[in-house]
Design a protein around this ligand. Structure first.
Ligand SMILES: C[S@@+](CC[C@H](N)C(=O)[O-])C[C@H]1O[C@@H](n2cnc3c(N)ncnc32)[C@H](O)[C@@H]1O
Length: 290
């Protein structure tokens, strides 16, 4: 059994880190800091300025349990219950994918268009297909006060989390949710459709990192036999829900650029942009309709 954790903040952080190092965790210093700060309600500045500060026993017990979970392989943001995305704190639930920094590339890709549409038309209607935590829609709404968004997901649990996130961020008045199998229950027309659909081929799910395979919902990962099924459905049906001069932007797996481009071009869309993520991988494709 591990030694009891120290009560003073500085030594507590050091011991937390040592436990995660011993467990072989990838970024032990960062994860130890996130866990200690979250459960003790302290900040990085306090750890530097006041390392002798005493942490109460309830917080120590919570940190102890959280370190055990992290050492056992649970992703740190699942333990904290939230993840930052585009500067927004988004709550997670078992039904939601953890939003990833790569997906911020999609937000950046359509943001200028959303801003321009809102300036020209007084609004910009956004449809976020497979919204999960609401990450993409809420990031765009937070940046463009005149925009509105509809978040679609097949998972009722994900939509409940997205609606809660919208409310907590003060964006609930401009965000609605629709439980739907892609476009089945969707109505209206939109200036922007954004989607980060499941795109992992079914046979590759077993080879994903443990933290992804065991903790992100399978519904958020599995894109069918070749990983491209959701793109085929979206490309075939989106036109009926798009305004003239609109945009559709999709996140892709890093090897899928040509295949997904072909799917959208064959359905009548024109390619507008292809963007790479911070790691230099192909990540986002933007198409125009009309
Ligand atoms: C890769 S996750 C993306 C979540 C979020 N948009 C993000 O970027 O973090 C894909 C999402 O699509 C949803 N989904 C899967 N199949 C769907 C379907 N047939 N219709 C609607 N949503 C679906 C999943 O529940 C999941 O929330």
């Amino acid at each position: 059994m591990a030694d009891p954790l120290p009560e003073a903040l500085g030594p507590l952080l050091r011991e937390a880190r040592a436990r995660l190092v011993a467990a072989g965790v990838g970024d032990p210093a960062l994860d130890a800091r996130l866990i200690v700060e979250h459960f003790s309600g302290t900040t990085r500045t306090q750890a530097i300025a006041d390392p002798e500060r005493t942490i109460d026993s309830n917080a120590i017990a919570a940190i102890d349990a959280a370190l055990g979970r992290r050492a056992g392989g649970e992703p740190v943001h699942r333990i904290l219950g939230y993840r930052e995305f585009y500067g927004l704190r988004l709550s997670l639930s078992p039904e939601t994918l953890e939003p990833r920094p790569d997906t911020e590339t999609l937000v950046e890709a359509v943001l200028p268009f959303v801003k321009a549409m809102a300036a020209r038309e007084g609004t910009c209607r956004i449809l976020d297909l497979g919204t999960g935590t609401g990450a993409i829609a809420l990031a765009l709404l937070s940046a463009v006060p005149a925009a509105t968004a509809t978040g679609v997901d097949i998972s009722a649990g994900a939509l409940a989390t997205a609606a809660r996130n919208a409310g907590e961020l003060g964006l609930g008045g401009r965000f609605t949710t629709v439980q739907s199998d892609w476009f089945e229950k969707v109505s209206g027309r939109y200036h922007v459709i954004a989607a980060n659909p499941p795109y992992i081929p079914t046979r590759d799910i077993g080879n994903l990192q443990d933290e992804v395979r065991d903790f992100d919902p399978r519904l958020a990962l599995d894109g069918g036999v070749d990983g491209l099924n959701p793109y085929r459905i979206i490309a075939a049906e989106a036109a009926r829900f798009l305004e003239a001069e609109s945009r559709i932007a999709v996140e892709i797996g890093h090897t899928q650029r040509d295949e997904v481009t072909d799917i959208f071009k064959a359905a009548g869309y024109a390619s507008v942009a292809a963007l790479r993520d911070l790691g230099g991988n192909d990540r986002v494709l933007v198409f125009q309709w009309g």
